[in-house]
Design a protein around this ligand. Structure first.
Ligand SMILES: C[S@@+](CC[C@H](N)C(=O)[O-])C[C@H]1O[C@@H](n2cnc3c(N)ncnc32)[C@H](O)[C@@H]1O
Length: 261
């Protein structure tokens, strides 16, 4: 159930929230890349622009949608931006609530320090590595193919529904027998999940869109029916659209205005 979308700067919204009202927060803020994150969806076969294709052939194309958001802050400004939002999120989390902060190599190490300061190092539950395998591979280093999701709890108690987590195949099913093989095993803190497929139904054309499966796993594990779940950087709205069948979960998230196509 989607409760609502608030179109606003999330800091204004966060400051108005009562303390201890949120049961789960997932945020996927700008990563501190110092770039504009843009995604153009194109249709080939017609249009005034042209791109190179196989065997040097040129293909005409037209841009059918274009979305972007700014991720251009310098480091100090970026850390200040994150800090004041994370402080409000900490205040707004319920005693059994938890926060998943989604970053990558650009700022995951800063995120850990900020959360240690605000939540306390003892409230660090884990760092989930979302591993994917997509796109080109660097030739001068190990290719960077994972994001970091820092998970902190508000207190020493937190929601974690082991029974509701989707299971994954055993790597060596021959060693565990047919019953366990059929059931699968619980994922660890390294999640191999594909990025949103280029031609998949869940594709919205929004840059840095996260897969529904990722949010489904987080929401099922870390919230209960009728909990209040918030995503303050919703982008294309993945958190609100995850289709876990988790009836009763309420979503509440904010975004900056979508640029027009
Ligand atoms: C990494 S994207 C989120 C992508 C999203 N998880 C998805 O799956 O589509 C970050 C989003 O946060 C938004 N954003 C940045 N600053 C914001 C702010 N102060 N308040 C609300 N949203 C903000 C950006 O416009 C962008 O849509």
């Amino acid at each position: 159930m989607v409760e609502g979308v608030i179109l606003a700067d999330n800091l204004d919204v966060l400051r108005r929230l009562p303390s201890a009202c949120l049961d789960l927060v997932y945020i996927d803020p700008p990563f501190g890349t110092r770039q504009v994150r843009r995604l153009d969806a194109i249709r080939t076969g017609a249009g005034e622009k042209a791109r190179n294709g196989f065997a040097g052939r040129r293909y005409p194309f037209e841009v059918v949608s274009s979305h972007h958001y700014s991720d251009e802050m310098g480091l100090d400004e970026y850390l200040g931006f994150l800090h004041e939002r994370l402080a409000e999120i900490h205040r707004a989390l319920s005693p059994v609530g938890s926060l998943y902060l989604h970053l990558d190599f650009h700022a995951a190490h800063y995120g850990r320090l900020l959360l240690d300061e605000l939540f306390g190092p003892d409230r660090f539950l884990n760092e989930v590595i979302w591993a994917y395998d997509y796109g080109g591979r660097a030739r001068d280093r190990w290719p960077r193919k994972h994001d970091n999701i820092l998970w902190y709890s508000k207190s020493a108690r937190w929601t974690f529904n082991t029974e509701d987590i989707d299971r994954i195949p055993y790597m060596a099913p021959g060693l565990v027998g047919p019953e366990k093989t059929a059931l699968g095993k619980l994922p660890t803190d390294t999640w191999w999940l594909t990025i949103v497929p280029t031609s998949g139904a869940e594709r919205t054309g929004y840059p840095t869109q996260k897969p529904l499966k990722l949010l489904e796993r987080i929401i099922r594990a870390s919230s209960n029916p009728r909990d209040l779940v918030a995503d303050f950087f919703c982008g294309s709205g993945t958190t609100g659209w995850q289709r876990s069948g988790w009836a009763g979960v309420t979503f509440w998230w904010t975004t900056t205005p979508r640029p027009s196509a």
